[in-house]
Design a protein around this ligand. Structure first.
Ligand code: PLP
Length: 239
């Protein structure tokens, strides 16, 4: 095993990748007349080995995202405690307790029954958890999220749950979509947030979690406040 192989394997590229991401964030923020510092990056660590995650932490990336509870729980004890863990995946009732216990942010709320379950577990733990409601704007069934028509009623109901802090909306863009198609989805999410803020006085949504490795520049142009980036930072995931 030569030195080059080690370099190419374990430590390749996280710092360089992050430089490229920051540069793109700067360029597209400028184009949108925005400040890149208003955009939070959640580094998505699914399928990523601990040494690479540590490298990301050393670069100042301290918000990490996972979409599977079991995988996340294995990593957490190996990493420092100051991390803010974001749960991005499909919620299951029997995992809600773990979400409340081990995560500090939830991006994927998409039903009232799950909202009530979270409320109950959060109350038990005497915690409050910031949440985003996930909206499915592509009609693709493999994606989670409420349909547009279900969003307003869900917002009303979630606003009544005192241990959930409703902060905003999340969506996943159409995978492999062209610029126009993807931007339409992101711009629709922003409009929905604005409509909610106009129509429901007790909520003030501020966050739009949209944009992944392949489409985050367009998300910035459409007002994203949180980007969820896996491959752009860590490289391709092992299968
Ligand atoms: C995996 C995942 C991401 C990151 O995907 P990349 O394409 O690697 O940036 C973002 N959001 C969710 C919900 C994910 O599951």
């Amino acid at each position: 095993m030569g030195r080059c192989q080690t370099l190419a394997g374990g430590r390749y590229g996280v710092a360089e990748n992050w430089e490229i991401v920051k540069e793109k964030m700067a360029v597209f923020s400028r184009r949108a007349g925005r400040n890149p510092e208003d955009i939070k990056v959640v580094a998505v660590t699914k399928g990523v080995e601990v040494s690479k995650i540590e490298e990301a932490l050393s670069l100042g990336l301290t918000c990490l995202g996972e979409n599977r509870i079991q995988e996340a729980l294995k990593k957490m004890p190996l990493l420092p405690e100051k991390i803010e863990w974001h749960f991005l995946g499909r919620l299951q009732k029997n995992k809600v307790k773990k979400v409340i216990e081990f995560f500090q942010y939830l991006h994927s709320l998409d039903s009232l029954s799950m909202g009530k379950e979270l409320e109950k577990k959060a109350q038990d733990k005497n915690k409050k958890i910031p949440v985003l409601i996930q909206v499915n704007l592509t009609g693709r069934e493999t994606q989670g999220g409420v349909q547009e028509e279900e969003l307003l009623p869900l917002v009303w109901d979630v606003a009544q749950l005192s241990h959930l802090e409703l902060r905003g909306l999340m969506t996943i863009g159409p995978r492999g979509g062209k610029e126009q198609e993807v931007r339409k989805v992101f711009s629709r999410l922003r409009q929905l947030g604005e409509e909610i803020n106009r129509n429901i006085p007790q909520v003030a949504l501020q966050e739009l979690s949209m944009g992944m490795s392949d489409d985050f520049p367009w998300a910035i142009l459409e007002g994203a406040t949180m980007l969820r980036l896996g491959r752009a930072i860590f490289g391709e995931r092992g299968k």
